[in-house]
Design a protein around this ligand. Structure first.
Ligand SMILES: NC(=O)c1ccc[n+]([C@@H]2O[C@H](COP(=O)([O-])OP(=O)(O)OC[C@H]3O[C@@H](n4cnc5c(N)ncnc54)[C@H](OP(=O)(O)O)[C@@H]3O)[C@@H](O)[C@H]2O)c1
Length: 293
């Protein structure tokens, strides 16, 4: 089966390319080869390759910078998914598109269901939510929402925390991390497995499963996650020392984009559909940190 992977140098795409199942021909295209700002070129490539599935990992993902660069984020996260779905439908293919918990406002007190109303708080979330709506105009596509994605490479919360634990731990300084944003981390390894399962089963798409949710099992705050990263990295001898993490409120940590306070996605429907249980986030974190040894 021929699969086209966009944004091939990103963290999720890298995990996907390291775990290609048998009988899959993966065509990996980076931003230079397949730029979502170049519609005509993307159209030609889709028409030439005629993939069964396109996995769209390309996105504008800088949440804070999107507050300044709305137009470019809108083109990549909102407009591009619309033309991708159109051209993919013309060749009778399917789109597996990755989206985010930041489409929600975090006002809920229970995990978000796939059909709950979106109400993003920042430009990144707005462009992703609008992109989802564009995709839903067509059938035969899957929107896979995930949260707090990380891997052992690239720039993400884990790699940032490891650097901070190392630098601050050495001079006995604390790290301050927000404790009032609650969700679940997702290792790209765990998410890749589900992506490949969807593709391998060549999933039949109905209105029921057009939107799926996935993250590592359990729930946590950035603060607890930061502590676990230091402790596990030290236990696994990836760090010689780690720093004390102090809890702060989001209101004390000034960043351009407001984040939802509670954006836990309900993954039960996906677990039932595929008859799988998501590994707990501590287990996935340990495995990811081991990759750094
Ligand atoms: N990271 C998270 O915490 C998180 C959470 C929830 C959902 N998601 C979603 O998960 C998906 C994958 O995220 P990720 O963390 O793997 O992202 P990532 O590492 O930032 O990768 C995104 C890739 O897209 C590329 N890209 C940017 N603009 C492009 C364009 N105009 N045309 C083609 N490619 C372009 C980037 O290239 P450059 O780096 O060269 O710009 C990068 O290689 C995204 O849809 C994201 O919204 C992420």
């Amino acid at each position: 089966m021929k699969i086209l992977l966009t944004g091939s140098e990103g963290q999720l795409a890298t995990s996907l390319s390291r775990s290609i199942p048998q009988n899959i021909q993966l065509i990996q295209l980076n931003k230079r080869d397949f730029n979502l700002l170049e519609e005509e070129k993307c159209k030609q490539i889709i028409q030439e390759i005629k993939p069964r599935w396109v996995i769209n990992c390309a996105a504008y993902t800088n949440v804070d910078l999107a507050q300044k660069e709305y137009d470019i984020a809108y083109k990549i996260n909102t407009i591009a998914p619309l033309f991708l779905t159109k051209y993919i439908e013309e060749i009778h293919g399917k789109l597996l598109h990755i989206s985010t918990d930041y489409v929600f406002d975090g006002e809920s007190s229970k995990p978000y269901q796939t059909l709950d109303e979106t109400n993003p708080l920042n430009n990144y979330g707005t462009t992703k939510a609008e992109g989802e709506k564009n995709i839903l105009q067509y059938k035969n596509n899957i929107i896979l929402r995930t949260s707090w994605l990380y891997s052992s490479y690239g720039q993400n919360f884990i790699t940032t925390m490891l650097k901070l634990h190392s630098a601050k731990g050495k001079v006995n300084e604390n790290i301050k991390v927000v404790y009032d944003q609650i969700s679940a981390p997702t290792s790209t390894n765990n998410l890749s497995k589900l992506c490949w399962r969807i593709i391998r089963e060549d999933l039949e798409i109905s209105t029921e499963n057009q939107i799926l949710h996935w993250h590592d099992g359990g729930v946590t705050s950035w603060y607890d996650f930061a502590i676990a990263i230091g402790e596990i990295a030290n236990k696994k001898k990836v760090l010689d020392h780690y720093s004390t993490v102090l809890p702060i409120k989001s209101s004390e940590y000034k960043v351009p984009a407001t984040r939802p306070l509670y954006s836990l996605l309900d993954i039960e429907k996906t677990e039932k559909q595929f008859n799988i249980i998501s590994n707990h986030w501590r287990y996935e974190l340990e495995k990811t940190i081991e990759e750094l040894k």
